[in-house]
Structure formats: structure tokens, C-alpha cells
Design a protein around this ligand. Structure first.
Ligand SMILES: [Zn+2]
Length: 453
């Protein structure tokens, strides 16, 4: 019996190895992988010409900017994600306070499925005082949401609230997990006031206002609360060299803690010249871009298996959105999700820092496992969704925001020479991007409940 599609002449990358193989796909799922001679015939074939085939990237860290712009961004920003080899996005859903998360999840799902071209799962915010605080949280898993973002701002979530939210999640059990942004907000507020008084407006001042210890202290506190309450946690965007050791210590202590970093914290620093130094509001991101020693230690942490996952922390900011002075501009960098895999390939694999199997581990397998999507997502196993990205390791690209697909009209990698680039993205057996051209129609993406069975 012929199958729908054979992807042939490729090198299939798993977290263990790289194998010359073809992939047989039927009804949107992988049905066999192996030497082409032993696979069933395909009604269609795609020849990937010796390039590498990776599972589609799971980017677990994506932000719509506002609830108003969410429908539009579901179109534009999922195109950007797809072009970067991402086939599943973890979206930090914004819900209206008066609606509560349950109505918000239903609405978020409907809007996403009308507009998005990749698949998506959701995280919701746990804020005390919201319905979510404590009454609706236990109902979220029935709608496929099992991850709860606890805000960093102590003004919103003080230690008592944090502790209580952790207790609640621990009680819910299963794969439910708190996601924590680690910065001591009170300390940062005081340091910031000092710098404003001193007249600082420069880009490095942002890092000076929330230095490494502000993040380190919060990481230790969150891990400690996790240990005491038994609440599994996911630390988003680790940026500091100390963070690798703190994470390793937490794991050694038996805490269920998963650590994420982002591409921008591997390639950029607060001392960089150029775009961000010239436009400090653009570089205002929490936590800040750090120093070269932090970049290096984070790469090492990925290589050593201490840092578990990569997330983009993408927001579709335009230059106009980021107008203002540094101290008040909207927080976050634009245009990240499309660049995550290229950074891992060009700066990571092609510069000898990490291997291709490691890329699959941190960008596909581990995020899928953490959020209950594995092995349907994040793997190319028999039975997995046929989500894959073909990477040409030798393709040279001079990056400009103009060639990227986000709403963002800027990129922190503007002018960088990249070697290695995704050339084809497939989602559930459908080619959605080829050579940078978007082929999928709006609304072909699906909401994926966690766990995804
Ligand atoms: Zn974020």
C-alpha cells in the first residue's frame, strides 16, 4: 500500500544520532523511518538532497503583545515561527481579567485556529486575585492547559502568593507545572531609581539596574519554594552564568526544575555596539542581555545537559511599539522565534559549540516532554505527527529583518552572516514553508491540548 509521502535522501537527526534515512508519512503522521529500499512507495516524494531532517522545533515561549493584536499576530507571527522551523508554539495567552482563564482559553483557541499556521498550546498567568488565582486553576487542565506562569513582579505576586500558587499546583499533580520568571523585582526597582537619579539613559544601564544577583537570588528562592511545596517548576529565560550552577544544584537536590535559555542570551551582551547601544529602548528586556562570560557559560550549560530547553521569548514588536525612553519602553525584544534555530545551527553547531543531536534535544524533545506533547511532537518516531524541518547546514544567509516574516521591522541579528538555515518546514505532513516562502493557509494551525495523546 503506498503512503501519502516519502521524504527521501536526508540525514535524520535524533537526540542520539544522525542517520541516513527516508521518512514515510501517511495521514499527517510518521509511519516508518529507514532506508528507502525498505519503505512503502509514496504517492508523492520530496528529495531533500542530503540535507538534515530534524523534528519541527517546539518554541515554548511566545508572547502576543496585547489581546487586541492577538488575532493579527496569530497570522503574522506564526508565519515567522514556521519560517524558522517551528511547528508548535507555546503561547502565553492573555486573558481578560473579567473573563477569567476558562473563557479566555476557549476564545484564544478559537482565534488561533482561525489564523495560525503552526500548532500551538497555551500557558496561562496565575495571578492572585484573579479567578485563576485559586478557583479556576484546577479546571484549566480539562481544557488542555497545564502550565501556569507566575509573574516576576513581587508587587503582583509576593512570596506568600507564590507559595500558595505552588501549593495549589502541587496539589493538582500530574504534569501541571509553574513557570517562573526569576528576578527580584523589589531590588531591581531600587537599583533602577538610583540609576535614574544619576542620569543614566544608556543601554548598559539597563543591565546595571538588574544585575546578575537579582536573577540568581530569585532562581534560588523559586527552586527552594519548589522543593518545599513539591511544585514542578520551569524557569524561563535563564541569562546568567551563575544560573547554570544554581540549576544544576537544584536538580542534584531532587527538585523537579526545568531550565530554559534563549538565543539572544547566547549571542548578545549589554556591551554590544550598534543597534541596541544606539537605541536603548529596543534593548530593554527582562532579564537584560548580560556579558560574554554569561553567553559562554550558557552554551556550556546546554552542552552539559544542565540547560534543558530553548525558548524564544518572542514578541512581534515594531520600532514604533518600542518608542519612548529606555526606562519606560515596553519590555522585550522583537523578532526572535524565526531566529532561534538559525542561531543554534550557525553559532552552535557550525562553530563547534554543540552537536546537531543536542539541538534536537533542547529545541524539540525536551520542550515537548516538559509540556506533555511528547512523543506526538518533538520527535520523529513512528506515530509522531509529521512535523519536521529540513536544514541546509551550508546555506549562507546575511540576515536582515526584511527577509524575516515577523511584524517586527528590526532584528538584533541585522547584518550578521549565518551559515546554516532552515529550507523547508512541514507541519502534520503539509509543507508550510519552502525556501522562505509561506505555503500554508491562515487557520491551518491547530490548538494542541496538553497532554497531547
Ligand atoms: Zn517571556
Amino acid at each position: 500500500m503506498p503512503v501519502d509521502l516519502i521524504v527521501r535522501n536526508g540525514n535524520v537527526v535524533t537526540p542520539r544520532d544522525v542517520t541516513r534515512a527516508a521518512v514515510a508519512i501517511d495521514k499527517g503522521r510518521v509511519v516508518a523511518i529507514g532506508d528507502e529500499s525498505i519503505l512503502p512507495p509514496g504517492r508523492k516524494t520530496i528529495d531533500v538532497k542530503g540535507n538534515h531532517i530534524l523534528p519541527g522545533v517546539i518554541d515554548p515561549h511566545f508572547h502576543p503583545w496585547t489581546i487586541e493584536r492577538y488575532p493579527y499576530e496569530c497570522r503574522t507571527e506564526t508565519r515567522a515561527a514556521a519560517a524558522g522551523g517551528v511547528t508548535t508554539l507555546g503561547i502565553f495567552l492573555i486573558t481578560r481579567r473579567e473573563d477569567g482563564p476558562l473563557k479566555g482559553i476557549e476564545e484564544g483557541k478559537r482565534v488561533f485556529e482561525e489564523n495560525g499556521i503552526v500548532d500551538a498550546f497555551f500557558h496561562v498567568f496565575a495571578r492572585p486575585g484573579d479567578q485563576l488565582g485559586f478557583s479556576q486553576m484546577p479546571d484549566c487542565p480539562s481544557l488542555g492547559v497545564t502550565s501556569f506562569k507566575v509573574s516576576a513582579a513581587e508587587a503582583t505576586v509576593d512570596d506568600v502568593s507564590r507559595f500558595t500558587i505552588f501549593e495549589q499546583i502541587a496539589k493538582m499533580g500530574g504534569i501541571n507545572r509553574a513557570m517562573v520568571h526569576c528576578e527580584n523585582w523589589d531590588l531591581a526597582a531600587v537599583l533602577r531609581e538610583r540609576l535614574i537619579k544619576a542620569g543614566r539613559m544608556d543601554f548598559p544601564a539597563w543591565n546595571d539596574s538588574r544585575p546578575n544577583f537579582v536573577e540568581a537570588e530569585s532562581m534560588m528562592r523559586n527552586i527552594y519554594f519548589s522543593k518545599i511545596t513539591g511544585c514542578p517548576i520551569y524557569i524561563v529565560h535563564i541569562t546568567i552564568k551563575e544560573g547554570v550552577d544554581i540549576l544544576a544544584q537544584g536538580k542534584a537536590d531532587g527538585v523537579d526544575v526545568i531550565g530554559e535559555t534563549c538565543a539572544q542570551y547566547l549571542t548578545h551582551t549589554s556591551q554590544d555596539r550598534g543597534l541596541l547601544a544606539d537605541n536603548p529602548p529596543l534593548g530593554r528586556v527582562n532579564p537584560p542581555l548580560r556579558a560574554r562570560a554569561d553567553n559562554d557559560r550558557l552554551w556550556q550549560g546546554i552542552k552539559d545537559g544542565i540547560i534543558d530547553t530553548m525558548g524564544s521569548d518572542h514578541i512581534g514588536y515594531t520600532l514604533k511599539d518600542k518608542e519612548g525612553i529606555m526606562w519606560d519602553a515596553p519590555r522585550g525584544l522583537g523578532n526572535l522565534t524565526e531566529m532561534q534555530l538559525p542561531v543554534l545551527i550557525s553559532e552552535g553547531v557550525n562553530k563547534g559549540r554543540i552537536t546537531l543531536p543536542k539541538v534536537v534535544e533542547v529545541a524539540c524533545q525536551n520542550p515537548a516532554m516538559t509540556f506533555g506533547l511528547y512523543p506526538r511532537k518533538g520527535a520523529l518516531n513512528v506515530g509522531s505527527d509529521a512535523d519536521l524541518v529540513v536544514v541546509d547546514l551550508n546555506k549562507k544567509v546575511n540576515v536582515s529583518w526584511k527577509m524575516l516574516h515577523s511584524l517586527s521591522d528590526w532584528s538584533i541579528w541585522e547584518g550578521w552572516e549565518f551559515k546554516g538555515w532552515p529550507v523547508l518546514t512541514m507541519r502534520r505532513g503539509e509543507v508550510i514553508v519552502e525556501d522562505g516562502k509561506i505555503l500554508a493557509s491562515d487557520g491551518s494551525g491547530k490548538y494542541i491540548p496538553s497532554p497531547y495523546l
